[in-house]
Write a protein that binds this ligand. Structure first.
Ligand code: P6P
Length: 345
């Protein structure tokens, strides 16, 4: 009879985060506590999204946010929950939310910490009324200013300086997927006990990609190079891949599938615009950090996102992320076709 003490470990997210801390000699425990606070926020938001069918919490508030998007009641609940669980802990010097135009200071009565937390409280929220998976995306940087209240300089950092990032997806099950720089791990919420339990250890993009993902209704507005790449995918990618096309329109859901199935997700710019729709700090950098940690590559279609220094909290950017060979194929076609067009002009 096997010794039950050595059966499958029960790994809660708290235990996993604690174990991750051992990779950081001299870690103060601030990051550990911060990740655990985010997990708690996820549990609280999940408790609302599973009841989203009730009139009192679904639907629009009638306001529009800094992005000019209609604010959903769940957006506001998620935003306020993340703020309230993090404003007093002494772990942060500032917060940033996709819902707020400016950096959110830590209230004066609370201690200042060493980290900056940026979050999109409920990405994909325009899909809530269709019961499509939505989620919370978070990015954590270590402050770069020496002390005092955090400043924009502490928030406007490139993807390569991310300390930890991840998301909580509120779907058929609630999952928290994060990386602190040592790979990507996924935890599924057991609502009966309120614990996130390790369900997807060490997520890696499969070498054989399954899906390509983009909103092809924008095809007429894409550059010749992006159109050619899209045509290549549409025509079977030289029969060297066996991919289908999936696009949900909620980045959390599209990237969650990408991490587990492999492939490419891209949101290119419209011709005449330098940027795409997705936010660098709130969507592309954190989700790209996970894709890179899972063995993938993240590009604007022209250059790696890794070193791009943000110029603004809500800067938008075009993105191609997924299996490296598929992203590099896009870069090559864009360089060859759009580059040639640019040279000719
Ligand atoms: P489109 C949601 O509003 C979002 O920011 C991302 O979650 C998603 O990937 C994208 O916009 C969808 O944009 O133009 O395809 O509806």
């Amino acid at each position: 009879m096997t010794d039950w003490r050595f059966d499958e470990k029960i790994v809660t997210i708290e235990r996993h985060i604690q174990d991750q801390q051992s990779h950081f000699p001299g870690a103060s425990g601030q990051l550990t506590g911060l990740l655990q606070d985010i997990a708690l926020a996820g549990k609280m938001i999940a408790s609302r999204t599973t009841r989203a069918g009730l009139a009192d919490i679904i639907g629009a508030t009638g306001d529009t946010n800094v992005q000019g998007e209609t604010v959903q009641k769940l957006d506001i609940y998620a935003h306020r929950t993340l703020f309230r669980l993090n404003d007093h802990t002494g772990r942060l010097c500032a917060m940033g939310s996709e819902e707020e135009e400016h950096l959110i200071p830590i209230p004066q009565e609370f201690e200042i910490g060493d980290y900056v937390l940026l979050f999109d409280p409920l990405d994909g929220s325009s899909n809530i009324s269709y019961n499509v998976s939505v989620g919370t995306i978070f990015t954590i940087f270590r402050r770069v200013t020496p002390s005092g209240p955090g400043t924009l300089e502490d928030a406007l950092q490139p993807m390569r300086r991310i300390v930890a990032a991840g998301y909580i997806v509120y779907g058929s099950s609630t999952m928290m997927v994060y990386s602190a720089g040592n790979g990507v791990d996924g935890f599924t919420l057991d609502p009966s006990v309120g614990e996130f339990l390790l369900s997807h250890p060490n997520i890696k993009l499969p070498e054989t990609p399954r899906y390509w993902s983009s909103n092809v209704s924008y095809y007429p507005k894409w550059s010749k190079g992006v159109k050619a790449y899209s045509d290549w995918l549409m025509s079977g990618a030289d029969d060297s891949y066996n991919m289908s096309m999936r696009y949900i329109g909620s980045m959390i859901a599209d990237i969650h599938r990408l991490l587990l199935s492999g492939g490419i997700f891209f949101y290119p710019p419209e011709v005449g615009k330098d940027e795409g729709k997705l936010r660098l700090l709130y969507e592309v950098a954190p989700m790209g950090f996970l894709v890179r940690q899972a063995g993938g590559y993240v590009s604007t279609g022209i250059e790696p996102v890794w070193d791009i220094e943000p110029t603004g909290l809500h800067q938008r950017i075009s993105v191609f992320m997924g299996n490296r060979d598929l992203v590099e194929k896009a870069e090559a076609m864009i360089a060859e076709i759009d580059g040639a067009a640019a040279d000719a002009s």
